[in-house]
Design a protein around this ligand. Sequence first.
Ligand code: THU
Length: 156
Amino acid sequence: MKQSKQITYEHDTNWRTLELIPPTIATRLEELLQNAYAPYSNYPVSSIVVLDNGEIFVGTNQENAAFPSGMCAERVAVFAAQSAWPTTPISSIYIMTGETEREPAAPCGACRQVLHESEYRQKEPYNLYLLNRGDVLLRFKGVQDLLPLSFSLPTS
Ligand code: THU
């Protein structure tokens, strides 16, 4: 039997002029790009996680000479948030790349799995914003639209 799943997201090419992102978040994401440690890829990425209680956690990609030892920006931010507030739901995550010409980065497979677990854990979807430093924004209403056929283990 043939089956299909559809993903849905908004694609905007003018997030700055439409002010689709809170200005404080946008400024912080841009500043954070300077904190990325990306000497091997020269591809800085920044991330901000906003929790339901208003707390904010940041992350940048942290690379390593032993390549697999590095970490993507969004995983740094999500793990920091969940370490501080393990039961507080995430309301939004923002991920910005330093580029202006190419599309925003779509999270890698490992990050999608981590994001999925965080959503599964809180049992409610959260907003995902993928931005480049130019004007392009992809808006998702939940991780299911990034990873439609996901892996979970029963936890209760
Ligand atoms: N990277 C991230 O931090 N997040 C993404 O969503 C895509 C990719 C990082 C991993 C690596 O440090 C660099 O960007 C690309 O090689």
